[in-house]
Design a protein around this ligand. Sequence first.
Ligand code: GDP
Ligand code: IMO
Ligand code: MG
Length: 427
Amino acid sequence: MPATVVVGCQWGDEGKGKVVDVLAAESDLVARFQGGSNAGHTVIIGDKKYVFHMLPSGVLHEGSRNLLGNGVVVDVASLVEEIEGLEKEGVDVMGRLLLSDQAHVILPFHRAHDSAGEESGRETKIGTTKRGIGLAYGDKFRRKGLRLCDFRHPDRFAARYRELSEYHDSIMKTLYGCEAPDPEEGLEQLMARRDRITALLCDGVTLVNDLLSAGKEVLCEGAQGVMLDIDHGTYPFVTSSSPTSGGACTGLGIPPTAIKRVIGIVKAYTTRVGEGPMPTELHGDEGERLRKAGGEFGATTGRPRRCGWFDAPVVRRAVQICGCTELCITKLDVLDDYETIPVCTNYDTPAGQTNVMPFDLEVTAAAKPVLEERKGWHSRTSGVTKRDDLPADAIAYLSRLETLAGAPVTIVSTGPARAATIPFAKV
Ligand code: GDP
Ligand code: IMO
Ligand code: MG
């Protein structure tokens, strides 16, 4: 059996957690391939709400194994907190959770440095989650980072930790007039969790490839979304990893030929958290109405998400880059009360009309969405589980998104619960 990759096709928060949890029922392994504790993936089971920052969203299925791949940056404190939180609820993930020993570690000074940079006013504010993501990946790419395998050698770990802490401390002092956290305290906290971490380490590449060779189903879980990709997003207002399907190859060590399905997760409208361009953003009452209807507040930072209409050039670009074989449209139910629903098909730019997102920020800022009015269905789709129970105008809306995006819709989500999911073989 080949690998299936789940990717966010907008600016994150498309509902990947919910969909991965649903698909995990059929999977032998759920593997996160990039990002870190900046992710906030919500899974709702009955009246319980789980928000996973580090854990893969398959952990609630007792039969499935879960992996953090080499492309992930691991916040050890956040990971252990999540594991212990689940244990308190009677969900034991030990024995079902594995960590690639090549994954890099987010260290306390990465978080502090991220926050100091964002708050300094000296630099372009990205609106990061302040989880130290850019700094951890920065050290990885400078070839100075610490990996999970380094936990096996505590003396070497400590020496390199102190060295790296000094480096961040000197930058923070010089640029922001503040200090990195006390290295000994940070080390002590990490070492207190060392046994827990080393017990979970594995060679993720062998694990995933052996499963694939044995015909097992591997579900690769992306975090963030294509518009936050370090190469393909709205740079510099992006994250520091590759949330595309290509990121699944590098972040897990699987060949592109192993991937047979790429499911693009797409919200029926658009949201974004943090700074940066968002051509279809709605301001004032209109934005507030959509935010309220969709409950659009960040799962990691609690920040209100910026809300706007569906942006076809954004999704089309993501489909193109990821080679999405299919789409899952989420949060259709949020649009239930609208009489008409505008959809952005193109942008008007100083250079003329285009259906491609302009990535030169000056041009993006000047891009005005060209909106097409779609008829609302003005009835309840919330919780609907069958295609035939959807109003004709909702089907027409989905059909239009499918045409604009350039990939077929195979799943529709009509609520946060597992059951509120429609297998949608054909629109
Ligand atoms: P992720 O980061 O892509 O996993 O998405 P988040 O969990 O950050 O945000 C998605 C939010 O929408 C969560 O609160 C989900 O419980 C909720 N959600 C997911 N799918 C649906 C849906 O189809 N309808 C509604 N109303 N809410 C949904
Ligand atoms: P999930 O997986 C939405 C955004 C931040 C900021 C930018 C850089 O839940 O979809 P970072 O902390 O990564 O350096 O911040 O990226 N961002 C997300 N937005 N969903 C996410 O994850 C995000 N992870 C990062 O708001 O704009
Ligand atoms: Mg999220």
